[in-house]
Every structure is written in C-alpha cells, then in structure tokens.
Ligand binder design. Structure first.
Ligand SMILES: Cc1cc2nc3c(=O)[nH]c(=O)nc-3n(C[C@H](O)[C@H](O)[C@H](O)COP(=O)(O)OP(=O)(O)OC[C@H]3O[C@@H](n4cnc5c(N)ncnc54)[C@H](O)[C@@H]3O)c2cc1C
Ligand SMILES: NC(=O)c1ccc[n+]([C@@H]2O[C@H](COP(=O)([O-])OP(=O)(O)OC[C@H]3O[C@@H](n4cnc5c(N)ncnc54)[C@H](OP(=O)(O)O)[C@@H]3O)[C@@H](O)[C@H]2O)c1
Length: 477
C-alpha cells in the first residue's frame, strides 16, 4: 500500500489537493544513504499537490520515540485551530482518540524506554562442534512483567560494545578514557560513553557525513560519492577503521558528537506464549569476522555469546510486528527462512500446536551443513511426525560442490507451491535481506510466471496482490 501511495503522490497522476492539511513523520535508519527518502518524497509530493503542510517534516532514526513524540504533540497542538476552520469536529476528536487509544494499548509498564530486566533461564549453542558459526538459543523469563507478545514479534535487547574495540579507539585517538564528555544521557566518562552509550561497531552514512563535515577529507568524499564503494565500506567497517583510514586530529567532544546512540538489537521471537508461558525465546547468530587482520565482533551477539550466563539479567523490550502474523484461521502457510530466519517459524508452529490450529504448514529451511547447522532439528522432526508440520524441505548449501539454497527447493516444488498459493496459502519469508530475500522474491515471481502461464508484469501484479491481502509477509534484516 505504501509503495502504491508513494508512486501515486510523487507521479504525474498526482491529484491537486488544495483542501488537504497534512504533516509527515518519516521513519528511517541512518545506516542508509537515502535516510527517510520516502518520507521526504511524500512530504514534497503533498506540497506540490497544493496541500497545506501543518507542521514540518520530522525524520526519525531507529531511536524514533522522542522525535515522534515531539512531532505528535506539535501536530495535535496545531491541528485543532486549522481543523475547526475546515472540518467537522469529529475529525479533531479522532486524532486525539487515536493517540489515547495508542496509549491504552501500552500493555505493560515496561517498554523500550523502560526496559525489563529479564533473567536468562537457558542459553544453549545449537550449532554443532564442527560448524563454522555459533548460533545460540536463549530463553528469557518474563515473570511478573506483564509483558505479552505474539509470534512474529521481535525482542529488543540492549547491549554494550566490545571492550577491545573501545580500548583500541581510545588508544588510536590518544584521549583520556576518564575525561568527561557531554552526551544525550548527560556527563559520563569517555570510556563509559564508548562502552554503553554510543555506536562504534557499525558505520552509518550519517556518521560518514558528519565525519566529512569536520575533516573535509578528500578520500572520504570520493568514497561517499561512489554508491558501490560506499556500500562495501559501510558493511564490515567500524569507527576504528574510520579513524585509521581518514586520520584527523579530533577534539574529544567533537568526536563523540558524530556518533549515534547505541540502539538495541532486535531478534525474531522463537517462542509462543501459548506454549512457553511467561518466557521469550530468541535464536542468535554470533557476528564474528576478520578484516584487515583484525577480528571484529558484533556488539550484542558477541556480548550474549561471551559474557552472558544463565541467571544473568539483560534489559529487553518487545517490538510488535503486525505485518508478520499467522492468519487468524487455519489457512495453509508456506514458511521460507535461512539461518536464523527459522526463528519466527518455531514460534508459529508452537502457537498452532498449542492452540490446536489444524491448517497445513510447509517449511523451507536453508543453512550451511546438515550435520552442524540444522537448527532445532529434533523439534521439526517431532512436528512432522505429529503432522502439525505437513512438509519440510531443507537446503544445505555447503554439503556439496554447488550451492543449494531455499529458492532452489521452492523451484523444485514449484507446481505444489503454486497450487498452495492458489488455494489461499500465506507465504512467509524471513532472514537475510542482502541476498536471500531478493533471490527468493525473484524465484517466487518465476514460479508464478511458469505455473500461472503469465507474463513477468502479470506475475509482479500477482505478488503485489498477495502482499495487499497480507498473504505474502516478510521479516528480513
Ligand atoms: C526485525 C529483525 C529481526 C532479527 N532477528 C534476528 C534473529 O532472529 N537472530 C539473529 O541472530 N539476528 C537477528 N537480527 C539481527 C540482529 O538484530 C543484529 O543485527 C545482529 O545480531 C548483529 O548485531 P550485533 O550487535 O551482534 O552486531 P553489530 O555490532 O550490529 O555489527 C553488525 C555489523 O557487522 C558487520 N558484519 C556482520 N557480519 C559480517 C560479515 N560476515 N562480514 C563483514 N561484516 C559483517 C556489518 O557491518 C554489520 O552491520 C534481526 C534484525 C532485525 C531488524
Ligand atoms: N545485519 C547483520 O549484521 C546480521 C547479523 C546476523 C545475521 N544477519 C543475517 O541473518 C541471516 C541469518 O544469519 P545466519 O548467520 O544464521 O545465516 P548464514 O549462515 O549467513 O546463512 C544461512 C544460509 O543462507 C545461505 N545463503 C547465502 N546466500 C543466500 C542466497 N542468496 N539465497 C539463499 N540462501 C543464501 C547460506 O549459504 P552460504 O553461506 O553457504 O552461501 C546459508 O546456507 C544471514 O543470512 C545474515 O546475513 C545479519
């Protein structure tokens, strides 16, 4: 729907909207070069159509709450006089009611702003000894928190940065780790700011831009102008790389100013409350990789893997995802996921089993090796045996010369996949956004084209319709 609206309001067929009063709150992520571009386009589109911009566009980063609240208050304050001139009073109450209703839906005293300290009940490595990656299954207690969630939601986990990287940055800059710096949370030591409050393991386009504004480094400018180089640099480089690759004599306060607050990491919930009660489970793949002779570790996943033990407490909140949900009835479902993309399907199946929902389900799972990386293998086998899971196809990419991925399994089964979809099945996709999601999307189009005997354009329309009917849902990252 958003795609269609964007096209409509920015395209040649955009209507004239002289009677429209509007304001745009754009949600985005500063990791991306085109940060909040869609919001900007819609704002400009409405303005060009002659609409009245009630309050200015506000662009939010992942930590959206504060900016969103300011936008909402400003919007509501300004709405009343304009609306009373142009619209029926019911329109005014509606806006206020919406915000009240949103507040009423606050299901627990705990939230992203006030995270719950969840006790770790279980932490098990679920990849085998000979796997070349580590995936952990985590079970966290929600006891007496009042927190609820549904399959398809995610759990947000607050974390700290790797100490080694903090020390390397301090060493590189030569700053005194005890020196106080003024950041959003107040005055703290540089060491604490870099450990607990600021993002250093990930580079965003926004950081590069701010770094350039201060340093005017020509090499950095060249990099930022080349989309391909920029993408490559942003993935797999950190703040220490920036300091090493584009040296500059930084002032300590100016330096911390360019870093964004350390956001919580999200993990697809791999449990259903119907089955586990006051617990939430997550499936965490540990980020460790080497570049330029330096071993790098992901802030949250490596902290969970290396420093968190059973009985420890970690700050969490629930991130609702109404766009990744099981159908209310017992419709057929096709679930496609690679690696940790399997997580929400464990929740889906627990939910269906506990509630006795009988709809047929078909799982496509891909990972590296059968022996080492078959996540939750025994659980799937039990579900197959009990017929709660109708069918399962697996694609282990590194068990043979040529790669076999989930999309190859979809294609092998294209006749039946198409039949299920035609019969009303819901199609789910979860896991890697960079490659897998794009390839599975392409394969689905190909299947619809082949089996439906239709053109590429018609297949695209078909998938669009599935999305509109919420029969194609994806949760990719
Ligand atoms: C809705 C949602 C659901 C998610 N669900 C899950 C889930 O169920 N399980 C799960 O494990 N994760 C999940 N994630 C991803 C998770 O939120 C974190 O991004 C992930 O754990 C990494 O966080 P980190 O703090 O460990 O690493 P960070 O400190 O965030 O570092 C990650 C950065 O390291 C770099 N990097 C990572 N791997 C490589 C590599 N191989 N080569 C080069 N550079 C690399 C990239 O620059 C990347 O941005 C989900 C994300 C979202 C948005
Ligand atoms: N943003 C982040 O920092 C971050 C952090 C953690 C995880 N993730 C993403 O989340 C996903 C799950 O992580 P993970 O570590 O559990 O999985 P993973 O091992 O990276 O990947 C799982 C499986 O997907 C396969 N795969 C690779 N490219 C594919 C493609 N184009 N189409 C279909 N399958 C493909 C892999 O095969 P091969 O590897 O053998 O090619 C592997 O068998 C990953 O894909 C990862 O990229 C992102």
């Amino acid at each position: 729907m958003a795609e269609d609206f964007h096209k409509f309001i920015t395209g040649n067929r955009a209507p004239k909207l002289p009677n429209l009063t509007y304001s745009v709150l754009a949600l985005g992520d500063k990791s991306y070069k085109y940060f909040c571009k869609t919001g900007e386009d819609i704002d400009a589109g409405c303005k060009a159509a002659g609409a009245f911009r009630l309050t200015p566009l506000v662009k939010c980063d992942v930590d959206y709450e504060e900016s969103a609240e300011i936008w909402m208050n400003n919007f509501l304050l300004n709405l009343t006089p304009v609306q009373s001139l142009t619209a029926a009073p019911s329109a005014i109450t509606t806006a206020a009611e919406i915000s009240k209703e949103a507040a009423a839906q606050n299901y627990s005293e705990f939230s992203k702003k006030n995270p719950y300290m969840a006790t770790v009940l279980e932490k098990v490595k679920i990849t085998g000894h000979d796997s070349d990656k580590e995936v952990f299954h985590l079970e966290l207690s929600l006891e007496a928190s009042g927190i609820t969630y549904e399959p398809g939601d995610a759990v947000g986990i607050f974390t700290k940065n790797p100490e080694l990287l903090v020390n390397q940055i301090i060493e590189k800059t030569g700053f005194n780790p005890e020196q106080k710096v003024d950041i959003k949370v107040g005055e703290v030591s540089l060491f604490d700011a870099l450990t607990f409050h600021l993002e250093i393991t990930i580079l965003t386009f926004d950081i590069l831009q701010k770094y350039f504004e201060r340093t005017q480094n020509k090499e950095l400018e060249k990099l930022m102008r080349d989309d391909k180089l920029l993408d490559e640099y942003l993935y797999g480089h950190d703040v220490l790389d920036l300091l090493e690759d584009f040296p500059f004599d930084w002032n300590i306060n100016k330096f911390v100013e360019i870093l964004r607050p350390l956001p919580a990491r999200l993990y697809s919930i791999s449990s259903s409350m119907e089955s586990v009660g006051e617990e939430v489970h997550a499936t965490v793949s540990v980020v460790r990789y080497e570049r330029k002779n330096r071993l790098r570790t992901g802030a949250c996943s490596s902290h969970l893997a290396d420093s968190i033990e059973i009985d420890d407490q970690i700050p969490i909140y629930i991130e609702k995802n109404p766009l990744f949900k099981l159908p209310a009835n017992g419709s057929k479902i096709i679930m496609v996921g690679a690696g940790t993309g399997i997580a929400p399907y464990r929740a889906f199946m627990q939910e269906r089993e506990s509630r006795g929902i009988e709809g047929k389900s078909w799982l496509f799972f891909g990972d590296r090796r059968f022996n080492a990386d078959f996540l939750y293998q025994i659980e799937w086998q039990k579900l197959l045996k009990s017929k709660h899971l109708e069918k399962m196809e697996v694609a282990f990419s590194r068990d043979q010369e040529e790669k076999i991925y989930v999309q190859h399994k979809l294609l092998e089964n294209q006749k039946e996949v198409y039949k299920w979809i035609e019969e009303g099945a819901y199609f789910y996709l979860c896991g890697d956004m960079r490659n897998m999601a794009k390839d599975v999307n392409k394969t689905l189009l190909q299947i619809i084209q082949n089996e439906g005997g239709i053109s590429a354009e018609k297949a695209t329309e078909y998938v669009k319709k599935l999305k509109k009917e919420k029969r194609f849902q994806s949760d990719v990252y």
